[in-house]
Ligand binder design. Structure first.
Ligand SMILES: NCC(=O)CCC(=O)O
Length: 332
């Protein structure tokens, strides 16, 4: 597109900005409740709700209260909720067997949500880090994060989640070949309706810090995730990964983190036109909340502006811890 316009004063850009009515009329992008996916943290127990200190306003909730939160999210019109477990350290092992336990925290939460709020889509996380004694997304053998053995475990985890009723499988592990393996296993097991939102372009980012506190993984992680997550300097590689995951059977693709990687979102949407999502991660959320708490920014306005940026960059939706707050504002 090459916009053309007459010279000043025939063209005055301020004409269409002069009133709220005209501004609304020429607005190119809208933020709607339909664009929101709400990531939530699950803990054990009953009637338990505890704040995550590095993410003001975010809670870890027991399964019963997650089901209640999902019911509220459904009433607000939020289309999807995404589960992350805070796993008891005693359940973290080298073989990560808790990851595919049909009765693990996540799988119990899926079932509870499907019963309490059947119309909200339930998204899961597929990676071994919540269950791994060394905090990595894959098995560690002699200091190396091994790929193919990890993919086999991720497939077992995926099937357990699908059996529990998950609507959207969210592989966040960044192993090679996992989307094809998961898709084939889902088809074979009769789960052909289960969708996959691939964390296709996930960067090795410092913006995940508060999340690791929230799921209790900060202390566990030995080393870093640079051998499987992407180098922040790369952009073409993101397109290759997205294409790979789409051709292996991903229904939707995700870029993560969000705001520092809006250029990637735009390239991905323009290149593939596939359903594209960004994850506004914990560090992005924490920065907004911290500055707002200090009175340095207007938190609500910055939140809405940051979410509009994802729409402008071509995203069809965004995973955001702000989801219920935004939904309430959008509902007016
Ligand atoms: N798989 C989820 C993450 O790795 C982190 C998300 C966040 O920082 O919010």
């Amino acid at each position: 597109m090459r916009p053309s316009q007459a010279a000043f004063p025939a063209t005055r850009f301020r004409r269409v900005r002069q009133s709220d009515a005209l501004r609304r009329l020429v607005r190119e992008n809208e933020l709607s409740v339909n664009d929101l996916i709400w990531p939530v943290f699950v803990r054990d127990g009953e009637g338990q709700e505890e704040p995550v200190p590095s993410m003001p306003g975010v809670m870890r909730r027991s399964v019963d209260l997650i089901a209640k939160a999902a019911t509220e999210a459904q009433a607000l019109g939020i289309p999807a909720i995404c589960l992350f477990p805070y796993t008891d350290p005693s359940l973290k092992t080298e073989d990560c067997a808790e990851a595919w336990n049909p009765d693990n925290l996540s799988n119990r939460a899926i079932r509870a949500i499907k019963q309490a709020a059947p119309d909200i889509a339930v998204m899961t996380d597929v990676a071994l880090d919540p269950y791994n004694i060394n905090g990595h997304d894959g098995f560690v053998v002699d200091g190396e994060i091994v790929n193919d053995e990890t993919v086999e475990a991720l497939v077992k985890m995926t099937l357990a989640q699908a059996d529990a009723g998950a609507d959207i499988i969210g592989p966040s592990d960044m192993m090679d070949g996992r989307i094809g393996a998961m898709r084939a296993a889902l088809e074979k097991a009769g789960h052909s309706r289960v969708t996959i939102m691939s964390y296709a372009a996930k960067y090795a980012s410092a913006f995940y810090g508060p999340f690791r506190d929230a799921v209790g993984a900060s202390g566990a992680l030995k080393g870093d995730k640079k051998t499987y997550q992407m180098d922040p300097g790369n952009s073409d590689e993101a397109l290759r990964l997205i294409e790979r995951d789409l051709t292996e059977g991903a229904d939707m693709v995700m870029i993560k983190p969000g705001m520092p990687y809006l250029d990637i979102c735009r390239r991905v949407k323009d290149t593939f036109g596939a359903p594209t999502y960004a994850y506004q991660v914990s560090g992005e959320y924490a920065m907004v909340q911290a500055a707002a708490q200090n009175g340095w920014i207007d938190g609500e306005k910055v939140m809405l502006e940051s979410l509009m940026a994802f729409r402008r960059a071509g995203c069809d939706g965004v995973l955001t811890y702000f989801a219920p707050t935004v939904a309430r504002i959008l509902q007016g």
